[in-house]
Structure formats: C-alpha cells, structure tokens
Design a protein around this ligand. Structure first.
Ligand code: DP6
Length: 381
C-alpha cells in the first residue's frame, strides 16, 4: 500500500517584518511580525507526499529536480517533528497503520509565473508541514503546525492561515509559544487587494537567513526597532486591520518596510535589497498618496514591490505603473482590472516630474491578486 496526500499553501507578505533570530536552530525571532496571505489561485506551493514500505530512502524533488534531504537541517527538523508525533499516536492506538517508520517521497513545486523572484520558502515549508500533517493525520491545529513550519523557515509559520496573520515571537526557550495566530480571516476585508511588481527575477545578493544574522550582530538600530517600535506597531496594525482603516494600515506598512531597509543599511557591512527601480516605485506611490493615502508599498529581501490598495484604486495604480514602466509582461491576472487595465491617463494633478532610472532594468511583470485562504487539501488517502 501507498499512503499519499497532496496539498497547496499560499504565499504571505509581511506588513510588520520579521528580521532577526534569537535562536537560529529553532528559528525563534527577535520580534513579532504580521502578514497578509495572498490568494493561492495565483501563487502557491503544491506538495505531494507518498509513504510506502517499498521506498528504500526518503527522497525530495523540488520543481522536478531531486535535492538532498540530509544536508538540509531545516527539512530534517520538520520530518523529525512530524514523525515523532505520528509515533506517539501509533503507540497509543495499535489499530493505526505504521506510517512513522516508512520512507517517504516528497514532490513539491511552485506555480509562480516565470521565476517571479518571490520568496518560495514560506509557502514551500507551510505546504510541506501541512501535507505531512494530512498524511500522518496529526491531531494538531494550525497554530500547532505553525510551530513545526517555523523550523523550516520563519515566515512559513504565517502561511498556515489565510487572511491576516500574526507570528507571536513568544518568550520560551523551547519555542513552544512562538507561533502563528489568526487575526482576521480572508473574508474580513475583501476590498483589500495587492499588485506584485516583479523588478528582478534573479536570485542574488544576501539571503534573508545570512542577512538577518549579520544585522543581529552589528546593528544598534535593530535593538531600537525590537524594543521601542515593533511592540506598539503590532498593536496599531492589528487595530487598523480590525477597523479596516486603510490609511492607517498603509502608513504602518510603508513605515515598517522603510525601517526594515534602514536596519539593513545600518548592518555592517550594509545590505542593500532595494534598487533604483524599487526606489522610483516608492517615489511614485508617495506622489500618488499626496492628497490622502490610497496605496502602500512594501519590499522584502529583494527589489520586488508589493503594493496593497483598496480595489477601487487598482486600475489607477496600474495605469500609473504602466506609464512609468511600459512593456512589462501583461499577466492574465490583470484581466481582473477589466476596463481599468486599459486606462492610460494619470490622475489629475499627478506630478510627472518623478524620474525613473532604467539602468537596473524596469518592472518586468505585474501580478494582480487579493487576500486569500490558508492551506488546502487536494487529496488524502
Ligand atoms: C524580509 O523567513 O525567509 O521576508 O527564517 O531564515 O528562513 P528564515 O528567513 P525568512 O525571512 C523573511 C524575511 C522577510 C520579512 C518577513 O517575511 O517577515
């Protein structure tokens, strides 16, 4: 017999950023964080896991290419944790099939359009752990599972839920209170949407894992952020989300992205994730917001922008971006903008003196998406 489960899990984009670990092997953060889960109809990881007595070793394929399991400590930790839980269940109930001792084959792929340059570790590890929990029928809720996914990649813990998700940093040394909690689900704020601007699809520069450790070691600004900024910002952000107060949500999001990149610059030697195109997107959104906040930008550990905005502003924002960055890939998802997508006019009063620098390329692709749900089970037997 072959036991098998297939699941998908979504991408999440933080609006209060996680940056810094207090424990690098358990992946315990130096501050709490908060993210928005994006619709997995557009972006997801999909994982199938099979367990069989015929398999002679554990094996893993990522996007069709076999990867080594033993050299990946984080993957090993996720397998060890879920198997330990299954072993306990089997010890208590002798009628259960002995799955914990079987070798497994894991196949995982991302549907991200042509190397969107988006971090795939969050959806990838969330999907791995969720699929293992289905295969092993683990009696755990999503917060419990987030504790396991966190040990694969910190940001992965937040992809166990849809909607608006906090990662409580916790204080215990064993990490048992460092987990994801749902703030509001994906139905709470249907008006909030996102545009992903792919500036570069190249994987280059400093990885988040290495970058944040250098920041912890060298940046005094990070200490100020951890102690004096994030605790209050988490409270404010949760209130803004609960009240669906877009201007407040947007300001907090942009301030937090700015501070994260300031902390990177304060790292010694400094780390740069944004490029000239990223900075021109900041200037464009700032100009767009001059008479009232209508959009928010945020940048992770790379130059790509994610723009959050109410649905009604999306066609206008798309028109502005197309004006400055013509020739990007017109993705199918943009048909969501319908008529708006063809609007080429800038808003009245829009100051067009913003200069954009094309030395490092342009916006290559724009994806339109919205707030989405948590992991889905496609098949389990
Ligand atoms: C800038 O979760 O990729 O996207 O825990 O080392 O795997 P590891 O790091 P990772 O870091 C994500 C950093 C970020 C901010 C965020 O998602 O909160």
């Amino acid at each position: 017999t072959v036991f098998e489960a297939t699941c998908t899990a979504p991408v999440n984009i933080a609006v209060v950023k996680y940056w810094g670990k207090r424990d690098t092997s358990l992946i315990l953060p130096t501050n709490s964080s908060l993210s928005v889960t994006l619709n997995q109809d557009q972006l997801h990881s999909k994982t199938t896991i099979r367990a069989s007595a015929d398999f002679t070793s554990d094996r893993l394929w990522l996007n069709g290419i076999e990867e080594s399991i033993p050299s990946n400590n984080r993957l090993v930790a996720c397998l060890r944790e879920t198997r330990a839980l299954r072993t306990e269940m089997e010890a208590k109930d002798s009628a259960l099939p002995k799955l914990a001792q079987l070798n497994i084959h894991i196949c995982s792929e991302n549907n991200f359009p042509t190397a969107a340059g988006l971090a795939s570790s969050a959806s990838g590890y969330a999907c791995l752990v969720y699929t293992l929990s289905q295969l092993f029928q683990l009696p755990l809720d999503h917060s419990d599972l987030s504790i396991v996914a966190r040990q694969g990649s910190g940001s992965a813990c937040r992809s166990l839920f849809g909607g608006f998700v906090a990662w409580d940093m916790g204080e215990k040394a064993d990490g048992s209170d460092s987990k994801a909690v749902l703030i509001e689900d994906e139905k709470h704020w249907p008006d909030l949407q996102a545009l992903i601007c792919v500036v570069s699809d190249a994987k280059k520069g400093t990885s988040s894992t290495a970058g944040m450790q250098l920041t912890v070691k060298t940046s005094p600004l990070l200490q100020h952020r951890i102690k004096d900024v994030v605790p209050k910002r988490m409270e404010d952000m949760i209130a803004a989300i609960k009240e669906k107060d877009f201007p407040r949500f947007a300001e907090l999001t942009m301030r937090d992205s700015n501070q994260f990149h300031a902390v990177c610059l304060d790292t010694y030697p400094p780390i740069f994730y944004m490029n000239d195109i990223s900075r021109s997107i900041i200037r464009i959104i700032t100009e767009y917001n001059k008479d009232g906040v209508k959009a928010a930008y945020t940048f992770d550990a790379g130059p790509n922008a994610v723009i959050y905005a109410p649905k009604e502003n999306m066609a206008e924002i798309y028109a502005i971006l197309s004006h400055y960055f013509p020739g990007h890939v017109f993705d199918d998802s943009l048909s969501l903008l319908k008529d708006g997508a063809s609007v080429a006019a800038l808003p009245e009063n829009f100051d067009t003196r913003i200069s954009t620098v094309f030395a490092e390329g342009s916006v290559k692709q724009i994806l339109h998406t919205e707030v989405g749900d948590g992991p889905r089970v496609l098949a389990s037997q």
